[in-house]
Design a protein around this ligand. Structure first.
Ligand code: E4P
Length: 218
């Protein structure tokens, strides 16, 4: 399973890239606004830090402008994945960019049949938003299960399931059990995966006991 970080904070991206465990980045207009940075240079900077796909979202909603924006974003770097919304116009843009060899991430997916449309449009990634469904008392992870099952029935579809709107480690655990291709998570959620109180307790004991030996490895 690939790990993407869902942020436009370059410091968090650098920090996580240094672990060697980061496979890509997703951004969206809200995250760009939060960063306070200029969008295009920021995407270029992120693409220089991370080798894997970096999702950059179009800002318009009509076909012609979205297509122009998508082409401009794709020209920033080879690892840009143009993010388009799951609308009729968005999927037309997806088809056109995908056919031209550009990676496309179809975002704002909330149903399995929307995911079917994205696969047929040649999306590289489909982004179902699990947390936002959970917020409405719907089962976000059931949507992932449905999409993984459906995509598995059609080996000719190459669209990867990118679990988005991840809020906590259980979303990641369930995604891995279901065989989702990618999870994109806020930095704090990824960093939290290292933690377990028994790891801290066990390490403290080992450090103390090692001191008692009076030895040094180096
Ligand atoms: C995915 O690409 C989106 O940027 C993101 O996961 C949305 O998450 P949110 O629902 O926490 O805003």
């Amino acid at each position: 399973m690939k790990f993407f970080v869902d942020t436009a904070d370059i410091n968090d991206i650098r920090d996580l890239a240094s672990t060697g465990l980061l496979d890509g980045v997703t951004t969206n207009p809200s995250l760009i606004a939060k960063s306070g940075k200029q969008f295009l240079p920021l995407i270029e900077e992120i693409c220089g830090v991370v080798d894997g796909p970096v999702s950059a979202e179009v800002a318009s909603t009509d076909y012609e402008t979205m297509l122009k924006e998508g082409k401009k974003l794709a020209a920033i770097a080879d690892n840009v994945a143009v993010k388009v919304p799951l609308t009729p116009a968005g999927l037309k843009v997806c088809k056109e960019l995908s056919d031209a060899g550009t990676m496309v991430n179809v975002t704002l997916c909330f149903s399995a049949l929307q995911a079917v449309l994205a696969a047929k449009a040649g999306a590289t990634f489909i982004s179902p938003f699990v947390g936002r469904l959970d917020d409405l008392s719907q089962d976000g992870m059931q949507l992932i299960a449905d999409i993984v099952q459906i995509y598995g029935n059609y080996p000719e579809w190459y669209t990867e399931v990118l679990v988005a709107s991840v809020r906590h480690p259980v979303h990641i655990l369930e995604s891995a059990k279901l065989g989702a291709d990618v999870v994109t998570c806020p930095p704090a959620v990824i960093k939290g995966l290292y933690n377990h109180p028994l790891t801290d307790k066990g390490l403290a004991t080992f450090v103390d006991d090692w001191k008692k030996t009076g030895q040094s490895i180096l």
